[in-house]
Structures are given as structure tokens and as C-alpha cells.
Design a protein around this ligand. Sequence first.
Ligand code: 3HC
Length: 294
Amino acid sequence: MTEGSFSRVGVVGLGTMGAGIAEVLARGGLAVVGVEVNAEALERGRGHLENSTGRAVKRGRLTEDAQREILGRIAFTVDFADLGGCDLVIEAVPERLDLKRRVFAELDRVCRDDAVLATNTSSLSVTEIAAPTARPARVVGVHFFNPAPVMKLVEVIGTVLTEPGAVDRVASLVRGLGKTPVTVGDRSGFVANRLLFGYLNQAVGMLESGHATRDDIDTAMTAGAGLPMGPFTLMDLIGLDTCLEVLEALYAESRDRRHAPAPLLRELVTAGLLGRKSGRGFYDHGEARPEAAA
Ligand code: 3HC
């Protein structure tokens, strides 16, 4: 099966988000090339995919044969040149502009001229990430949500330089994968994070000022607002370092005080309390779960 005219899709970076995206693509029947920086990171990425699909097998949502087929569609490699045959590449490396720009310069070198390059950035400028390439017309943002195999929304971002056809093709791919695309302009935080993180940050401020306890704030938002998780449980899932990065990027652009990171959030990140992935954030999760890292 091919989706939205793409048949072979590369994913660069197989952390939680990249591995989740690779899983969604492979479940959709696409051939996937998963790239990591070294053999150790590649094995970790393979581990994410085996665990996630293995959990679905245990829950009776997937047969072992189907799991084998899904994993069989993914080629794991540390060689960027293996992306040469892809018609779309999605970058999901850590949220640092210099790193993403370096990856895009390399992708521009190894990928076919007609290939579309996409970034899964949650808060950086797609325009700036596209700048080192000779093909800004075929660069888009494609922002999945955590956990990628579960969350329906994907924001598809076009810059002023992106040709509308590229946005349409990616949105059509997203639809074909059973997800819901929304198309958004290149503004920090796009739609969902721009709204969500002001709220999360305010929850930290409320805790810090002694307005209410962590548990009472979480309960208020699950039992009262019908959200699946309260703000502190959600921040621990996202990763407090990621929350801080998103808020810093939002604040740099908006100068809206709702986005000025709450001091307690910064303090926890400095102390290495990053949420589920480090074993402790606002809650104690027991053992560190590096596979929960974004
Ligand atoms: N990977 C794959 N599948 C997962 C998963 C994961 N990490 N976590 C849960 N699932 C699946 C389960 O297997 C289960 O599937 P099944 O029904 O087919 O068996 C289903 O999701 C429900 O899981 P659970 O029963 O274990 O748990 P819950 O019902 O509590 O759901 C949740 C878990 C889906 C995470 C839900 O609590 C939720 O929707 N939370 C809010 C998440 C959210 O808001 N994410 C967005 C964060 S912001 C973001 O990502 C932006 C970024 O830029 C920072």
C-alpha cells in the first residue's frame, strides 16, 4: 500500500517520538528506513519498536505475524545514504536548532531532489530548519503527539516558502494513516502546544504558590475538565526537559508571560528530575524508563 503518493519514508532519530512515528508508518503499510547516529542508539530504537508492538500483541490487539510484518517493513541503519531511495524523510532528533539544521543540510545532500523533507519539531521555526537546504519549497513540519501510535492529531506546517502541493501530500499521507491532520502556519508551538503549554506552565505556578497541591490540581483537571491526564501527570509523560524547551521557544517568540517558564520547572530539570524517563519528575515513577524519553 502507498499513502498520499509516498511509498518509502525515512525517519531520522528513533527516540520515543521517532520510533512511534516509524511504527505508525509501518502499520500503514509503508516501507520505512529508520536512521540513528550509532549502533547503540539504533538498538535502543529497535527496542522501542519491539516493546510497543509487543505490548499490542500481549493485549491481543496485534497477532505475532502482524507484528513480524510491521517490524519487517522497517530497515534499521546508521548510514544516512540509505535514505537516498525515500520520497519523504521525517526528522525526529532532539529539539536543538543547530542539530536539526545540520541534519537537514545532510538530508538535502543525500535525498532525491523531489523528496519532501519534514521536521517533527514541536516549537522551533520550520523556516529556519529549512534554510540550509536547496529545497525550502519541499520542507514541511509534521508534528506528532506523544504517544504517537495513540494520539490522533498531526499538525502539518507549511512555511511561506513551502509549495502547497507538499503540504497537501503530507496531509493526505497523515489521513491515510488513520490520523487527523490540521494545517498550520509556522509560528512557535503551532496550535496545540501554543495553547497547551500556557496551561501546563500555569499549573506549575499554581503549585509553586501553594494555591493547591499537585494531586488536587491533577484531580481537578481529570474529574472536572474531563482530560485523560492532569497537568503534572502529562508533564511527566512529555518530559520536563521537553516542557522547558517548548516554553522557552514559545516565550522567545510570544513574550507572553504565560509562557515564561515557571521557576520550579527549571529547578526540577536542573536537578535531573525529568519525569517518567528519569524515574522522577512531579511524581516518583520508581525505575528510570529511558524508553520513555522524547
Ligand atoms: N505507546 C503505544 N501505545 C500506547 C502507549 C505508548 N506509549 N501508551 C498507551 N498506549 C495505548 C495502549 O496500548 C492502549 O491501547 P489499546 O486500548 O489498544 O490496548 C491505549 O493506548 C490506552 O492506554 P492505557 O489503557 O494504558 O492508558 P490510558 O487509557 O490512560 O491512555 C494515554 C493513555 C493514551 C496516554 C492517555 O492518558 C492520554 O491520552 N493522555 C494525554 C496524552 C497527551 O495529551 N499527549 C499530548 C502531549 S503534548 C505533545 O506530545 C506535544 C509535544 O510536542 C510535546
